[in-house]
Design a protein around this ligand. Structure first.
Ligand code: PBG
Length: 326
């Protein structure tokens, strides 16, 4: 390529209009999924201390909040439930109660907004007295018995109306078990969004406040991935695709852009990235202190995630980005 003075890179940057024309990456509202927190106790709308501007809602209030989102063209959601401490144990049975908070909320949402796309969280941590994603036996998070419960949980969510179940637990073999159980129960069209490359991360802290689900002992490193590993993410992702995942996910997002790019190169299915709670709170906190400009930081991080290769972005900033989306 010929160089200066024949080539002047700045020519393509001279005006906002021209920069928009040649921009390689666009963010669209169709890329975005909104996380929702439902709770069965307390006030209608509950602030989450470590996530300023984000709330848990009682079921009716959640429906009203969703109406705002729907009216603004945000029609994809991922639902999490905050379970009361009294209802938590180490059996997983709470997750299988057909009249529980989570299935009831799914059914209500899909009856009021049948046209929305609803992803639901499959994992035991909200129901676990230990705050772990699986059943605990002798201090260990046991894989196969957990997978059996998760498969039943997925069938219950599908029966309640979930469009996609999203296993966030990182047990081995759970995607295959979910696919088999869903098919056997007749839910052939219920999809699976697999948290395939989910790392053991410091950035989940605020989410655990939101659900009161922090692990009571140890951490999650025996099931979530070690952030020193990248090739392992490809192994996990290809396994999930073989097991029947319709969509795969990298989580968190910003510290894992290389993982998104690497998976993009090998994955035949669309890739989601989760801009997690800590990524949200970090920007909010710095902006509150006046240390960076909030809107600019949000745009820059979301564009980076898209540029890295994500097709779908789960983000607590979805609504805040709307004014600058085309
Ligand atoms: C747990 C789960 C977590 C998140 C989604 N599902 C936390 C964890 O693994 O401890 C984190 C999401 C976020 O931080 O925004 N199954």
């Amino acid at each position: 390529m010929s160089t200066f003075p024949l080539t002047r890179h700045r020519r393509l940057r001279t005006s906002p209009d021209l920069r928009d024309l040649v921009a390689e990456t666009q963010l669209h509202r169709n890329d975005l999924v909104v996380p929702l927190f439902v709770t069965g106790e307390g006030p209608e709308q509950q602030p989450i201390d470590s996530m300023p501007g984000y709330f848990r809602y009682a079921p009716q209030a959640l429906l009203r909040r969703m109406e705002d989102y729907m009216n603004k063209g945000l029609t994809r959601f991922i639902l999490y439930a905050k379970i009361s401490t009294a209802a938590k144990d180490n059996t997983g049975l709470g997750a299988l109660d057909p009249s529980g908070l989570f299935p009831a909320a799914i059914a209500q949402i899909k009856s009021v907004f049948p046209e929305c796309t609803l992803f639901t969280d499959i994992a035991l941590d909200p129901y676990s007295s230990y705050g772990h994603d699986g059943l605990v036996k002798d201090g260990e998070i046991v894989n196969d018995p957990t997978v059996e419960v998760l498969a039943q949980m997925a069938v219950l969510h599908a029966a309640s109306g979930a469009d996609f179940v999203a296993p966030s637990d990182m047990m081995d073999g759970r995607v295959l078990a979910l696919r088999r159980a869903l098919d056997k129960a007749g839910y052939l069209q219920t999809g699976i969004l697999a948290y395939s490359a989910k790392y053991a991360s410091a950035f989940y802290g605020p989410f655990r406040d939101a659900l009161d689900s922090a692990p009571g002992f140890g951490d999650k490193s025996t099931y979530q991935m070690d952030y020193r590993n990248a090739r392992e993410a490809i192994k996990e992702t290809l396994a999930d695709i073989e097991e029947g995942a319709d969509l795969v996910m990298v989580k968190p997002a910003l510290a894992y852009l290389d993982i998104i790019t690497r998976i993009r190169a090998v994955s035949p299915v669309p890739i989601a990235a989760y801009q997690v709670s800590g990524e949200y709170s970090m920007i909010k906190a710095a902006a509150e202190k006046g240390w960076l400009q909030e809107e600019r930081a949000i745009q820059e991080t979301l564009i980076a995630i898209k540029r890295a290769g994500a097709d779908v972005i789960i983000t607590y900033f979805a609504e805040q980005t709307l004014p600058w989306l085309s």
